[in-house]
Design a protein around this ligand. Sequence first.
Ligand code: SAM
Ligand code: SF4
Ligand code: SF4
Length: 367
Amino acid sequence: MVRRVIPLVAQTAPLPVPMHAVGEAPGPLHDQLQRPLRDLRISVTDRCNFRCSYCMPKEVFNKDYPYLPHSALLSFEEIARLARLFVAQGVRKIRLTGGEPLLRKNIEVLVAQLAALRTPDGAPLDLTLTTNGSLLARKAASLKAAGLNRVTVSLDGLDDTVFRRMNDVDFPVADVLHGIDAAQRAGLGPIKVNMVVKRGTNEQEIVPMARHFRGTGVVLRFIEYMDVGATNGWRMDEVLPSAEVVQRLSAELPLVALDPSAPGETAERWGYADGSGEIGVISSVTQAFCHDCNRARLSTEGQVYLCLFASRGHDLRGLLRGGASDADITQAIAGIWQQRSDRYSQLRGAGMLAPREKRIEMSYIGG
Ligand code: SAM
Ligand code: SF4
Ligand code: SF4
């Protein structure tokens, strides 16, 4: 298949930043579908040391790829300032992501700045990070010391050959497992492990992964392979529906359905019938969860995206660097969220999607 290099940011101009919020700000915000703003995902780099074919295929993300120059990235101070203003308007959970967030130099400094934030009620945030685990063994203790609460580690299989092929940089499983151990020892739990399931690629790893993590306190989550971005050559026949994952697992390890942990939680929870832990399934393709999606995404260069499948973001970096006051930025965030009506997966499921602009890459806005 011929893959074309696409520019990092959508070719089209950023969306306008509305400056007039409806109602009072700051305070809890609701969008057009009455969804609150609760979860902020912050991408701290567009670079990665892996080349997972479903996310950053080698043919596209090669040495000629136009990664962002350092000056385009939000500084830690800029990120922390925006995060504080988002928290004032309802955000309770912050997830650092990327690209590979542990590649960002001195990431612990940012973690410490975010860990110091408090909600209007004086409560600390739920501060977490998603990583491919490659640098976790080295960094777990310093991240914990900086104030990180938890980590989610991505791991697509236990078989070394399968995993090396999927990360496409020949990275061994053992090093990721060491990272998970180090995170557990450092107290960065409960740890979640995300496995993207691709039919015909790593489906045979479902049961071994469950057996490996059962009884360890690690919550394994199976994610349907999604049609994010424009470069991964996604095909529906490579999606293994979560219902089939649950069916295959329960044939070997009996499962019972568990209640959802919180509104807006993407994973459907299942417990092992013998009480040895739980797993989750994230059915982004076969069962849309847009109705209570409470996530905003801040890209590496300071654009706010309101949906994983969006093509364009709202440029907050322009406001930051143009000398806007906290009050101006607060109004902008409120206006952006209050105009939101995105529900891509739901519309895709209902066959109601019109032709659209090229979508942004997952490595740019984070998972
Ligand atoms: N590099 C880090 C990592 O891999 O954990 C953080 C960024 S990565 C974009 C965040 C999450 O998105 C990972 O768990 C990854 O497996 C998931 N992901 C990336 N592309 C995906 C796709 N096409 N479908 C489903 N999940 C995907
Ligand atoms: Fe890198 Fe994570 Fe994307 Fe894999 S999923 S290429 S580790 S950003
Ligand atoms: Fe949220 Fe967009 Fe995913 Fe729907 S498709 S759950 S709105 S990120």
